[in-house]
Design a protein around this ligand. Structure first.
Ligand code: API
Length: 283
């Protein structure tokens, strides 16, 4: 049984998207890793599956698999891509879909961009989650290689945001995995390094949980803005300058984080039976 897929991305953070609403598909971790492999598979940062849902007001359930086979409850860039797909399908300018982190609402913004209301940030240590009661404004137990005391934010998934003087100088491939797997994060964490350029602009680079360095991270951009505003480094709205381009993030007065940015559909294709059969039944 082969399956059609769409190859999409948000600022270079790329996805294989499967519509499994009519034919359920629950790949094993091994299948996800095989599909995500950039040499022997299709290649992607996350593998996204649209599932049928009975959730009121939702057009689909969006399941998110990282390239390492782990599952995540939130993915900002993929949320814009799925929102766009559902709007194209319905002909409407709005779409809502369920995720493990809750019901998300997407709508068309200017210049072909899409806005997703990513909901409220979760700021309590137990919601990140962290391993022990901690002030999430500066997590002192997390330090390595001259970097210490990140801000912890949950956007449906865990983030640790370090503020630095020069984001380009961070040895991301070296320190990223150390922080991703730090014992303070019982569910691991996405890791951001942010350089505040002005009260309305932040340069940010990211090491993603389960995917490594990516060109952009939507939930990471949301976490970065929330962290900067909490520290008084910016206002509640700023442009986040990522390797792949810019996202505009706003943390509204009624505690919603709005993420606006582009969506791209690169190509469609078919997963071969060999690729889908990899690791059938494996963990
Ligand atoms: N690596 C993330 C999921 C993808 C997030 C990112 N691609 C985004 O756009 O938010 C995690 O394990 O929580």
């Amino acid at each position: 049984m082969t399956r059609e897929f769409l190859k999409m991305h948000g600022l270079g953070n790329d996805f294989v998207v499967i519509d499994a609403r009519s034919e359920p598909y629950r790949p094993s971790g091994a299948e996800v890793r095989a599909i995500a492999d950039r040499k022997t598979g299709v290649g992607c940062d996350q593998f996204i599956i649209l599932e049928r849902t009975e959730a009121p007001g939702a057009d689909a359930f969006m399941r998110i698999h990282n390239a390492d086979g782990s599952e995540a409850a939130a993915c900002g860039n993929a949320s814009r891509c799925v929102g766009w797909l559902l709007m194209e399908e319905s002909g409407r300018d709005r779409a809502s879909f369920q995720t493990a982190a809750g019901l998300l609402h997407a709508y068309r913004a200017d210049n072909g961009r899409i806005t997703v209301d990513m909901g409220p940030p979760r700021l309590d240590w137990s919601a990140i989650p962290l391993a022990a009661p901690t002030d999430t404004l500066r997590v002192e137990t997390v330090e390595h290689g001259g970097f210490a005391g990140p801000v912890a934010v949950n956007m449906g998934n865990p983030h640790a945001v370090f503020f630095v003087d020069d984001a380009e100088a961070v040895p991301l491939a070296e320190v990223g995995p150390v922080f991703e797997n730090h014992p303070t994060f019982p569910e691991r964490s996405n890791i951001e390094f942010a350089q505040v350029l002005s009260p309305t602009a932040i340069r940010m680079r990211v090491w993603e949980r389960g995917a490594g360095i990516t060109q952009a991270c939507g939930t990471g951009a949301c976490a970065t803005l929330v962290a900067a505003a909490r520290r008084g480094l910016t206002g509640r709205k700023a442009d986040i300058l990522l390797d792949g381009g810019t996202l505009t993030i706003e943390w509204t007065e009624d505690d919603r984080v709005l993420m606006t940015g582009p969506v791209a559909l690169a190509f469609s294709g078919r997963l071969s039976a060999e690729l889908v059969s990899v690791g059938q039944g494996d963990a």
